[in-house]
Design a protein around this ligand. Structure first.
Ligand SMILES: CC(C)(COP(=O)(O)OP(=O)(O)OC[C@H]1O[C@@H](n2cnc3c(N)ncnc32)[C@H](O)[C@@H]1OP(=O)(O)O)[C@@H](O)C(=O)NCCC(=O)NCCS
Length: 151
């Protein structure tokens, strides 16, 4: 059975491997171990039989805006609802802290639509997001799609 819980320090190696495997395929941005430890309280993991099979993190951008980052599901656990459960968890956490808008920059449009997100114009995103983009290897030719859900 799939279990969703907050990440622990002992999960970091598994999360790091998953994220960086997909990052090598250009599907999402790489993360360092340091950035995972520093943001551990913002990360959720999915486990099956106590093994980490997925992760996602909530990044707060401002008073009314947050972003889901580093959403990953292990190849062998895909297609079983794990990704959707992780997104639902991040949506719940966004609600709890009373932030109304959650965005994603992604190539997985159909998946996020099934999670209740809709495509938005990139220029609907505030300056703060673009500030982070300046440090990204994809800048300025990023072809990720901006999506949002109002929670
Ligand atoms: C995208 C990803 C997180 C989806 O995880 P998952 O656990 O396989 O997805 P789920 O099983 O929860 O799927 C939920 C729904 O989305 C659909 N879906 C999932 N991936 C899809 C895809 N690539 N294309 C179209 N639909 C997809 C499923 O069919 C399912 O539909 P249903 O509710 O009608 O049955 C996973 O494929 C992944 O880790 N990909 C590589 C990393 C990545 O791209 N992350 C996103 C960065 S923003």
């Amino acid at each position: 059975m799939v279990n969703i819980r907050k990440a622990k320090a002992s999960d970091v190696e598994a999360i790091y491997s998953l994220i960086n495997m997909y990052a090598q395929q250009g599907l999402l941005l790489p993360r360092t171990r340091d950035s995972l430890y520093e943001n551990l309280q913002a990360i959720c993991v999915a486990t099956i039989d106590n093994q980490v099979v997925g992760a996602a993190s909530l990044h707060i951008l401002g008073k009314d805006l947050s972003e889901i980052r580093s959403l990953v599901v292990a190849e062998e656990a895909k297609g079983r609802g794990v990704g959707k459960l992780l997104v639902e968890q991040i949506v719940e956490e966004t609600k709890k802290i009373e932030i109304k808008k959650l965005i994603s920059l992604t190539y997985q449009v159909t998946f996020f639509e099934k999670c209740g997100f809709q495509v938005i114009e990139k220029d609907e995103m505030p300056q703060k997001v673009w500030k982070d983009c300046l440090n990204c290897s994809k800048f300025p030719t990023c072809d990720e799609i901006a999506m949002a859900i109002y929670v």
